[in-house]
Design a binder for this molecule. Sequence first.
Ligand code: GLU
Length: 290
Amino acid sequence: MVFPASSYRGRLAPSPTGHLHLGHARTFWVAAERARAAGGALVLRNEDLDAVRFRLDFVDAMLEDLRWLGFVWQEGPDVGGPFAPYNQSARRSTYRAALEHLHAAGLIFPCTHSRRDVLEAIGAPHEGADTDDEPVYPKEFRPPAGAPLPPLGEKISVNWRLRVPDGEEIKFTDGHFGEQRAIAGRDFGDFLVWRKDDVPSYQLACAVDDAAMRITEVVRGADLIKSTFRQLLVYRALGTTAPAFHHCPLMNDASGQRLAKRHDALSLRTLRAQGVTPAEILGKFVGEPV
Ligand code: GLU
């Protein structure tokens, strides 16, 4: 086995909630190119936490599509590695330990308000609203700072949120987009770290895993820039070092709509069935700045 010469560690972190499309191919290509250029390692993490949307057949399809495109990873669910397991569904105890840390430090609070309550409190439209990002959690729903917390309990049946430092500017320098700033409590609010169906949130699981797997640079789509501010607060709360971030511009379809997993026409499976080759797909990205 050839060990990478550099300490760069990147990752591909797809969720098995649909078939991968051209946009994923481009983001993963950037991630793979940056790891290759740095002489580092690439980790594949299967983000299969969301039991409601996740499907086992998508996991196989995801790995197969990535291999078909020619991506190679040194660690992952299929090849193992020093930070196994690489399936998030098998990493619950790690997330639970992080949650207990946040609880002991008094940095989270239980929330019994529904999404509807939150939208009503901030006067936002309900259904059909742009659900691209979580609404800012209303301050009046928070328990007072320092109020004693109820125990987490063995089985969690209430949402737990991280209390963000109101008014603090959170910033990072993105490898592609440059300096990024957001004000906690204004641009994003108290966010979920654990869901009442006893599932860790994406924000918690992702930051915990990137730290645990010693990822040095996170390459992902620009739709997750706002998540990065939240995850920076998770790293801080857990006393772990944050990686560098490099967000990739999103791809649009011919009508200007952002590509999503529902765009089956542009899924890698469909393109492959139509006879499009990996070289034709990746060839489109070569020469783009990474
Ligand atoms: N699993 C997430 C997704 O497929 C990406 C997470 C990340 O790269 O941080 O949307």
